[in-house]
Design a binder for this molecule. Structure first.
Ligand code: GLU
Length: 331
């Protein structure tokens, strides 16, 4: 699965980008395992980036726990993390604001951004917009004129929004196949910086993935629309987007994406009942990598990893013990 760019063969670079707002659960481990195996099977590099953009939700102790848990499970990273292994500085978004400021300035220079005083949607902007959070389509109310270029005007107390055109933006997803979205209808002009100065997820993730030379992004399928927003941003910044793979979400028996409320599937509880090999075995079976949930280490799975064998659909439903129940496809 090596990629060829400009006639040179490059090994893939994947990343895991958790937000340190709580301890990880089975759903996070599933994303991490698939992403790790994909690059390991192709001889690539795996990078750990701590997405602590939101100063109110992010806690350093969770970042430490993320590292401890990944280490305990045998999901080792080649670059990044709190100590910035192989990098000039710790791989935490809170320390990378200069990159986001630079990208934002380029978009402003192109006349594509404007200040917005509407409050509701921008609050959510630092977080990846998982669909269960609810989606808000922005009306374009604060646009200074109907179409860009917008005048360059820094105004106090405004969020910065990026213009989106009324056209389809599509991409081929490794799991979902070809998908296409009209951003004007799905989300409208989106926030790239909040009023309080916090950088938004969409801008930061593109600036970071580009800066780190990421070639493949593996995450939950509730971020399929974000793939189109990010592809649009890559185009504006003159960069090549990575390949996207949006996995089914691990959901509880009520069909809800796992979260802190599913205590029994958080790593606090899982580690109290299982050893690391059992957790990896359960996760590999949920993903469709193995036929049975037998204890193993991630490295035991490298040789057999194959994207084609993974379970598909929008959701993988698990019971309170983390056992596979069924897959679901939402219409
Ligand atoms: N920090 C984001 C999250 O935890 C990462 C999403 C992504 O991988 O792009 O949902």
């Amino acid at each position: 699965m090596e990629k060829t760019t400009n006639n040179a063969t490059v090994a893939p670079r994947g990343r895991f980008a958790p937000s340190p707002s709580g301890r990880m659960h089975l759903g996070n481990i599933y994303t991490a395992l698939v992403s790790w195996l994909s690059v390991r099977a192709a001889g690539g590099k795996w990078i750990l980036r701590i997405e602590d953009l939101d100063p109110f939700r992010s806690k350093p102790e969770y970042a430490r726990l993320i590292e401890e848990d990944l280490g305990r499970l045998g999901l080792d990273w080649d670059e990044g993390g709190i100590n910035g292994k192989g990098m000039e500085s710790p791989c935490m978004q809170s320390l990378r604001h200069h990159l986001y400021a630079d990208a934002s300035r380029r978009l402003a220079d192109a006349g594509l951004t404007y200040g917005c005083r509407c409050r509701r949607a921008e609050i959510l902007a630092t977080q990846a917009p998982h669909q269960s959070d609810g989606r808000i389509v922005y009306s374009g109310k604060c646009r200074p004129c109907p179409e860009p270029p917008f005048p360059r005007k820094e105004a106090e107390g405004t969020a910065t929004r990026l213009y989106v055109p009324d056209i389809e933006i599509g991409y081929s997803d490794r799991m979902a196949g070809y998908v296409s979205f009209n951003l004007a209808k799905e989300c409208g002009d989106f926030v790239i910086r909040r009023t309080d100065g916090a950088w938004a997820y969409q801008l930061a993730v593109v600036a970071d993935d580009h800066d780190m030379g990421i070639t493949e992004v593996v995450r939950g399928c509730d971020l399929l629309l974000s793939g189109a927003q990010q592809k649009y941003l890559y185009g504006l910044l003159g960069a090549t987007p990575p390949e996207f793979a949006h996995l089914p979400l691990i959901c509880n028996e009520n069909g809800q994406r796992l979260s802190k409320r599913d205590k029994s599937l958080g790593l606090d509880e899982l580690f109290s009942r299982h050893n690391p090999e059992e957790i990896i075995g359960m996760t590999a079976h949920l993903a469709g990598i193995t036929e049975r949930a037998e204890p193993c280490q991630p490295k035991d799975l490298i040789a057999q990893f194959d994207w084609k064998s993974l379970r598909r659909g929008n959701a993988i439903i698990v019971d309170a013990e983390g056992r596979f129940c069924r897959t679901e496809v939402f219409s």
